[in-house]
Unconditional design. Sequence first.
Length: 241
Amino acid sequence: MMLKNGSDIFEAIDVTWPAEKFLEIPKWKLRRSAKGGKRVSAATAIGAPDISDIKLAENKMVQWHQDKLFMIKKNEILLDEALSASGYRVIDPTNIWSISSKNLSIQKTLPVKAFTIFPPLAIQRELWRENHIPPSRIEIMDRVKTHKTTIFGRINARPAASAFVAVSNKFAMVHALVVDKKCRRQGMGKFVMQKVGSWAYQMGAESVVALCTEKNCSANILYKSLGMQVIGKYHYRVLKI
């Protein structure tokens, strides 16, 4: 199964993990964020831009003191080639994993293992920070205006995992899933994702979607083990001087 309506899922990414500011100019959707990572600062194409249009996007990113950074979707071959010819290098090829929320919700989890809560607890914020999710990314969660929650997982009454999930376009998008290093290989990732499925189904979302870089082997294995499928891909190109 591949992605049928790519625009819907990329719109859902913007709604559930929003930049500080969005700006649409001819041929481009730009994202302005002082911090928070590539997903909230990359430019994406509207239609089929040509080489002269690329300069327009670059000028605005320079004005904002951001990296020259573009997200490239699977079918944007000409744009990808044009950026490559201009010295842009590929970074973070990413899989888009998906599963029916109903199918994921069938995989029940015990309430003591994982539960939903928003706003996140202080211990969740600490867990994120310790596992490379800085405060700037936690602030993104506060910007989300749609239905949202976090999943907090425990093992033997100790904090073990945390994730953020929000709904848009019938997609429940999972962001910032971490399992603490001390608690891995104990099924905690599955427990959290199963709880995501239950919450998503209750919210009316048809699918649960997770974004995962190709190099994150453990997370890709987790999603595959849950019966999720890769329905699309994207990558970034960045120009470093």
